[in-house]
Design a protein around this ligand. Structure first.
Ligand SMILES: *Cc1c(COP(=O)(O)O)cnc(C)c1O
Length: 332
């Protein structure tokens, strides 16, 4: 059984708001994994508790990972690795002129802690594992060790972090922190690289959290994620043979909007509406699409758990897509 290091501030709260229940049309509990720490917060930190332990145990002085320019995973890795005395190299995908990527949001935080950034094109990004492995070999020739973490921290080792999250939720439900001490009708979350979904689907049934796990794809499609999640779960079960297979997984790919990182007009209105009626901040890349999916899900669960996976820095870099926000009151 792999070890992990404690990085996140746990347990994260279970949060409920009358206005949100109205908007969603269900009893909606929010697992505040957007509050797993400070600037490092979001879902990636639970995976990194295992992955960075792996890096330390291999004697790495550098961590290499990848993502979009506004990758939450890249940012969390850069910040947390720095705190553990390791440097980070990031392979970030950009279609734009490389020199013009603004230092905003996640990218700003990457730069703040001194991560080394390699910009790569979308076609180079398809070969990201080869690029990162090559770079790790170069570093090995200098006598240092580099540890490669795949996109989103989504491999078997990282997914163990979300199995643990299900154990944490079982405990909270048992304490009466989510109303009834019974399983939720559904657990709903955003799915971008599959590791979170794999962990939830392995843990939710085992810990009595739910028998319906709704993974809301924000890119790619149902077939791709079913394959990817099965592979990640297989890796996780090789590391921890006591784990069961993913259970009750329902992959939804009809809520991904016009493109990765871009929300539909209805999704944008939804995000603004939730913020104005409840104070809850969602991002247009992940959590906004996932909660929108819950509000429009057929069949809709009566009592749901929404995993808020974070994403605030990306919103701060790209909130302009939500519109001019000129009004000041709900419904304006
Ligand atoms: C990465 C991320 C997700 C998706 O998690 P995966 O494990 O990559 O599928 C969801 N929400 C936010 C805010 C993220 O940064």
């Amino acid at each position: 059984m792999p070890r992990k290091i404690a990085l996140a501030h746990l347990p994260t709260p279970l949060w409920r708001n009358d206005g949100l229940d109205d908007i969603v049309g269900a009893e909606t509990w929010v697992k505040r994994d957007d509050a797993t720490l400070g600037a490092e917060a979001g879902n990636k930190i639970r995976k990194l508790e295992y992955l960075l332990a792996g890096a330390i145990d291999e004697g790495a002085s550098t961590v290499i990972t990848c993502g979009a320019v506004q990758s939450n995973h890249a940012r969390a890795t850069a910040l947390l690795a720095r705190g553990l005395g390791m440097r980070t190299e990031l392979f970030l995908r950009t279609a734009d002129e490389r020199a013009t990527e603004p230092f905003t949001g996640n990218h700003f935080l990457d730069r703040l802690v001194g991560a080394e950034v390699h910009f790569i094109t979308p076609s180079e990004y398809r070969d990201r594992m080869a690029l990162m492995t090559q770079r790790a070999e170069q570093i090995a020739h200098t006598g240092e060790r580099a540890y490669v973490i795949p996109e989103g921290g989504s491999n078997g080792l990282g997914a163990l972090g979300y199995v643990d999250a299900m154990r944490e939720i079982e405990h909270q439900v048992g304490l009466g922190l989510a109303g009834a001490r019974t399983p939720f009708d559904a657990v709903v979350h955003a799915c971008g690289s599959g590791g979170t979904s794999a962990g939830i689907a392995m843990g939710a049934g085992a810990f009595g959290v739910t028998s319906r796990v709704v993974a809301v794809a924000v890119c790619d499609d149902k077939r791709y994620f079913e394959k990817t999640i099965a592979r990640i779960a297989g890796e996780a079960r090789a590391l921890d043979p006591s784990l069961g297979a993913p259970h009750g997984l329902e992959l939804r790919d009809e809520f991904k909007g016009p493109a990765y990182g871009e929300a539909s007009p209805a999704q944008k209105r939804f995000i603004v509406d939730v913020a104005r009626r409840t104070g809850l901040v969602l991002d247009p890349v992940y959590s906004g699409k996932a909660l929108f999916a819950l509000a429009n899900l057929v069949p809709k669960p009566k009592r749901a758990l929404f995993i808020h996976t974070g994403g605030l820095p990306g919103l701060l870099a790209d909130g302009g897509q939500l519109g001019p926000l000129s009004g000041t009151d709900p419904g304006d």
